[in-house]
Design a binder for this molecule. Structure first.
Ligand SMILES: [Cu+2]
Length: 158
């Protein structure tokens, strides 16, 4: 019974996500878990048409894409220090997002659009230093592990 309810919730969830959304991500000196220099969301799931808004809640951060670490056809973006910036999603696939001064400390995020992880190898070849790339690798694993299995699960339960 519980499983059926969960499957129903997942179906409703995916139906809702077909409308364009604005996803807000904060740039933080510290999150609730105590991690320093982080984006409030690190695995950002989105759909084509969504807007991801990076908000300078704390000072001395920016948000930007990385050369060659985004889907073909997707426009790069580069927020200035302490400035809000919006990333309008036009393509499916993975995009790496960094804070330029803190990427080496792991201040990065991964945008996953349409559960499409087909450009993962391209992301892993991009130039992201230190802990930034370690976290990107972990986020890609997380994105793969939690991707389209939902459909199979609901089919089994019904
Ligand atoms: Cu930063």
């Amino acid at each position: 019974m519980k499983k059926t309810l969960l499957a129903t919730t997942l179906l409703i969830g995916s139906a809702v996500s077909s409308f364009a959304e604005t996803i807000e991500v904060e740039m933080l000196n510290q999150n609730e878990a105590g991690d320093r220099m982080v984006f409030s969301q690190e695995l950002i799931r989105a759909e084509v048409g969504d807007v991801i808004r990076f908000i300078p809640t704390d000072k001395s951060h920016n948000a930007q894409s990385v050369k060659d670490a985004l889907p073909a056809g997707q426009e790069e973006f580069r927020g200035r220090m302490n400035q809000e910036v919006e990333y309008t999603v036009t393509e499916t696939g993975l995009t790496a997002v960094i804070c330029l001064p803190h990427q080496v400390m792991g201040m990065v995020a991964l945008v996953v659009v349409g559960d499409d992880t087909s450009n993962a190898d391209q992301i892993l070849e991009a130039r992201i230093p230190g802990k930034g790339m370690e976290k990107i690798e972990a986020l890609i694993e997380e994105a793969r592990a939690s991707a389209p299995a939902a459909e199979d699960a609901s089919a089994k339960d019904s």
